[in-house]
Design a protein. Structure first.
Length: 91
């Protein structure tokens, strides 16, 4: 009888240890519902595309500013140009 009780006790302890070990083992389910490796990869890809687009837009903005500078402020020392620049700046 004692052997059966000891065996039952060991079985309960073993089951308790197995369930406790389940908490220690790496999780097999996703931490956040709907998230996955594919989701993270897609997020990183989109962020990369956004950075590339932002760099392109910044470069275009610099080019536009440079062209605007050349268009509205060409190198000209004439009096007419100086008067025009003064009126343009006053606007």
């Amino acid at each position: 009888m004692e052997d059966e009780e000891e065996a039952a006790k060991r079985a309960r302890l073993s089951a308790a240890n197995d369930s406790a070990m389940g908490d220690i083992e790496p999780r097999t389910r996703l931490a956040v519902p709907g998230s996955s490796c594919e989701h993270c990869i897609e997020k990183v890809r989109l962020e990369s595309e956004m950075v590339k687009s932002r760099v392109k837009l910044e470069d275009l903005f610099k080019l536009i500013k440079m062209m605007e500078q050349d268009y509205y402020h060409p190198v000209n020392d004439s009096e007419e140009y100086k008067t025009y620049c003064a009126m343009y700046m006053a606007m």
